[in-house]
Structures are given as C-alpha cells and as structure tokens.
Design a binder for this molecule. Sequence first.
Ligand code: F3S
Length: 293
Amino acid sequence: MQITIAKSAGFCFGVQNAVQKAEDVALKGERAVTLGPIIHNSQVIENLKAKGVDVAEDISEINEQSKVIIRSHGISKEDYNRLMALNAEIVDATCPYVKNIHKIVQEKHDLGYKIIIIGDKEHPEVKGVNGWCENSAIIINSLDDINIQKNFEKVCIVAQTTFNEEKWQEIVCSLIKISKEILIFNTICSATQVRQQEAKELSKKVDAMIVIGGKESSNTKKLYEICRENCPLTIFAETAEDIDLNLFKDVNSIGITAGASTPDYVIKEAVDKINNFNNKQQINIEKEKKKVD
Ligand code: F3S
C-alpha cells in the first residue's frame, strides 16, 4: 500500500507562530491565559495548562493585569479595548493575514462601504473581523444566504482566510450582479489555497483519504468536504485512534492531509498506525503465498 502525505499537511505559519508564543510564555514559567483555545488539539492545550497557560473562553473570565495571548484568529476592536481597560499584558499572536483583513474592513467601513464577509458567522475569526466594522457586516456562507432582491450601492467583500476557493468565486460572481460599486479582496490565505489544492489533487489519485484535524476545526472540515467530493472513501480523524483500519483492507493507496492546527506528532502517529497495519498485511500476504507454493 502506498501512503502519500500532502506536503502542506499540518501547522500553517500563523498557527505555528501562535503555538510557539504560548510555549515561550509557558517555558518562562509565567502564568497566562489564551483567549479561546490556541489550537483545536486537546493534548497541546492540556500540556500548556500544566505549565500555567490556561484557556479563557471569554474576556469576562480574565482578571485585571493578566497576561493574555491572542490566538491566530484575532479578536474584535472592542475586545482589544476591553483588554486594555483591564490593563492586560497582551501577547498578540494574531496571524498577519488576519490583521490585514481587520485593516481593510476598518478602512473601507470608514469610507462608507458596506462590508460583506464571506465565511462562517460562528467562526471566531469572522466574529473578530466583523468587530472592525462595528459588527455591521453582512456574513455570507453560501449562495443561499444571498438575497437577490437586494441591491448594494457600495460594497467591500473579504473572505474568511480558510474559506473554500471555489465557493468564494461562486458567491463573489453572484454578488457582482447585485452591486453597483464593489471592492473585492480575496483574503483567503495562500497556505489555505495550497492546502486545499493539494488535497483536491491528491484525493483524485488515491483509493482512500484520511483528513486529520480537530472536530471543531473549520479548515479541516473544508478539507474533508473537498476530498470527499473526489474520493468516496475519505475519513475524518482527530487522532490515530479514530482510524478504522478495516476500511483500508482492500486499498492500494492512501492519501493523508491535515488541518492547519494539527501538530506533526498527530500526523506521525496516524502514519505509523497505517504503516504497521500495512506491514502486517504484507506479512500475511507472504504467508498466504508460501502456503500456496
Ligand atoms: Fe494565518 Fe493562513 Fe494560518 S491566515 S493562521 S497562515 S491558515
């Protein structure tokens, strides 16, 4: 059985940077909190907790003068102000690509453009971005969310960094038809584009695909959707434990990709599990051959 791991599988530089910053704080033995889990991986979170870096789900849980690590998703302007008011010591690990969206949204909103964010309204990154235009954005996640009866005078469109490229294009085309003046910023990050493209190509070539990542991770869910379209035997695994090897008894090739917040060791454990299974299968085949001989 041939195993191919997508080159882009695992941490993107934004997540790598955020995890590194949290680990640096932990190494110094300083007490701190991350605003929301730094990545969707319970082992990494528990490890950080053991070293004094806890998770606050909301600013209301943060005490005055705490050290606060902002994760790569970024936060709203209002939340920054609330942290300042608490005299918090901020370690800002917002991904620069996300910061760039904050800047665009604030600038264009001030110039009178209606902001449209193409993304998932429940995702923390999207909530944060919306907070840079006074929470006034229209958030569109699919063609169904577009009200074709409505016409826009001046709109500025941005995307959630991990949005699906093809869906983005469809939605933008549809919005062009109902807008008079339109500014379009394709803010899907290149790391996501490369990862999605690679997943698409790999899933076309293999008999089975394994997509590894947190169940809450939206970019992993998108990778799963993309792979599933091309390869019916695609499974979503949070860790190696979720991989049911029985599914792969009759396959000759497996492709593996992983979301932006999947640590390398999780990918390695999955690969090791398949390799062990593969080796055992080979041994069984050899034994069967010998019996026939
Ligand atoms: Fe940044 Fe792109 Fe990762 S926006 S956090 S590098 S997926």
